[in-house]
Design a protein around this ligand. Sequence first.
Ligand SMILES: Cc1cc2nc3c(=O)[nH]c(=O)nc-3n(C[C@H](O)[C@H](O)[C@H](O)COP(=O)(O)O)c2cc1C
Length: 369
Amino acid sequence: MSQAEASLQGLSCLADYAQRASELLPAATWAYVNAGAADGITQRRNAAAFEQRMLWPRVLRRITEGNTELELFGKRYAHPIFIAPTAFHALAHADAERATAIAAAALQAVYVVSTQASVSLEDVAAAAPSPRWFQLYWQADKDVNLALLRRAEAAGYEAIVMTVDAPIQGNRNAEQRSGFSLPASIKPVNLLPYADKLQTPGVLEAGQSLFQHPLVTQMANWDDVAWLVKQTTLPVLVKGILHPADAQLAVQAGAAGVIVSNHGGRVLDSVPATLEVLPLVVAAVGPHVPVLVDGGIQRGTDVLKALALGAKAVLIGRPVLHGLAVAGATGVAHILHLLRTELESSMVLSGVGSLEDIDSSLLWQGSNT
Ligand SMILES: Cc1cc2nc3c(=O)[nH]c(=O)nc-3n(C[C@H](O)[C@H](O)[C@H](O)COP(=O)(O)O)c2cc1C
């Protein structure tokens, strides 16, 4: 048995990876990677929403040419399990985002690279030819957004994901209690060239109101989404949508798609689970605007439930960091493989052979408790 294989022993599902990663990472890093904001109400609710939904499978159907392929913005993708943007992969493994890119390429997964990556977006692109999208954290200085956009275009990113649910940081108490701080060696390298143009988060002085802080007074708005859409021919998706009315505003601003997300419960605590609001958002934007979803996905059956409620694809955040922490690129590739295999087996056991065949009739319509 190779060393890589030995390191994967006993890891048969994503929860096994979470457990192993929690044992391997320093407690403070684990708190950064895994905790939710405040009391963790939303983080737990994301997971609970999947537990409460039940599948209602059909049997004895013929499946002869099954597959998990999908088409999105004119491109064909092998399966609907994408890698959500998460910051600073160097916290989990020395190979950082390069390892994630290698795994994404091997498993043909779309990798959404964070603005706050610890490896530059060009180096991530050079590491492996995975399908890749770039996630933009809006910066008050428009020139910085434009510079990042042009770099992403030049490096072959196929879509832009503008994250809108975290203009300020969530109340991350678990992380604060743990004493977490970013090691000096790990930096948001994509942003370093513009250091003089960036807002610094800073600390509020006693008596100072958050409403006076430039992060709030210069926060992005819908005009900025429309502006961004006009700067590029790439599809722009808005990530962090929970309200159907906001989904419609995103479409009006020119977004090509929306991502239903509550940032994995890391920002505003006490918001509904993404699975709960997903069907409302899908209904609000209509059948021609792709809706993606993330938050709490752990199982192939979770992916199937999200697709049955109208999601075109799903993204996973924390599990990728767990895979990285346990075994670098091999670990990420393994979690993607596990999840995809689970999706395929739950499709077979539900009597569906393609994503087009998945709809709400696959969900138990009785009591969900
Ligand atoms: C450690 C960590 C860092 C994150 N960093 C970002 C980020 O840089 N940009 C972003 O849009 N979302 C970020 N997110 C949110 C994820 O993209 C995603 O919405 C969330 O993790 C999905 O939930 P899951 O972790 O339960 O799969 C981060 C999440 C985690 C856990």
